[in-house]
Design a protein around this ligand. Structure first.
Ligand code: CA
Length: 240
């Protein structure tokens, strides 16, 4: 069953664009441009995920989020304006699971939607929220060549040799594997690996990639994590 997503965005062009992309991905979608109506809809229907703009007519996004999270635990990704640091902080306080800064690349939004839906699923929610294209995951197990990552057992092996990873290395590898063939920016990886409140340089990400390469690429003579110059990192399907 396709995941059911509510888009709350008053910029009609942007809302329409996101709607078309999500429909194309096979999700079921509603969209609304008013905060008050959005809250009513979110309370009435069982959405798997809500994309929520902050500056909205009727009721602002943070207020929608605050009122909604008293009643339900629907995951919310906030759509925030560029560099609106306060919005991010208050949004996360109010219960949003993620945020994305406008303008964003649609691929990045889609990647975050997949991760959020997957997270919700793995947290024991029994509604079916599998993204239609997320075929590489089977019960939280990911493969790349001889490598296997088992999310539940928190175990990584290569050709049945166990690879010992730190918590952050594990999350980094998992994030890249879940989003196979999608280039992830350093910012995205940084948030996943270090959390939103991390203050420091994004080259921390490069450091973790270097650790992972020293533990996987070097001993097994492969090139798993590819650098995309000026953008970030990606793990590509083994066919390529
Ligand atoms: Ca707006």
């Amino acid at each position: 069953m396709a995941a059911y997503i509510l888009i709350v965005e008053d910029e009609e062009k942007l809302a329409r664009f996101i709607e078309l992309e999500l429909l194309h991905e096979g999700y079921k979608v509603d969209k609304i441009g008013n905060g008050r109506d959005a809250l009513d809809m979110a309370l009435e229907k069982d959405y798997d995920l809500i994309l929520l703009d902050i500056m909205l007519p009727g009721l602002n996004g943070l207020e929608v989020l605050r009122r909604l999270s008293k009643e339900k635990s629907t995951p919310v990704i906030l759509l925030t304006a560029r560099d609106a640091v306060m919005d991010k902080v208050s949004g996360l306080d109010a219960g949003a699971v993620d945020y994305i800064t406008k303008p964003f690349a649609i691929e990045e939004l889609l990647a975050r939607i997949r991760v959020t839906l997957k997270l919700r699923k793995s947290m024991g929610d029994n509604s079916e929220t599998t993204s239609p294209e997320n075929k590489n995951s089977e019960e939280g197990i990911y493969h790349w060549k001889g490598l296997t990552l088992d999310e539940k057992k928190r175990l990584v092996t290569y050709d049945s040799h166990e690879i010992s990873l730190t918590n952050r290395e594990f999350i980094m590898l998992e994030t890249l594997l879940i989003n196979k063939d999608i280039v992830l920016s350093r910012d995205t990886l940084l948030e996943r690996v270090c959390g939103y409140d991390y203050i420091g340089e994004t080259n921390v990400v490069d450091v973790y990639v270097r650790y992972l390469r020293s533990k996987i690429d070097d001993p097994f003579d492969v090139k798993m994590i590819q650098t995309v110059r000026g953008v970030g990192y990606v793990i590509r399907s083994e066919e390529e």
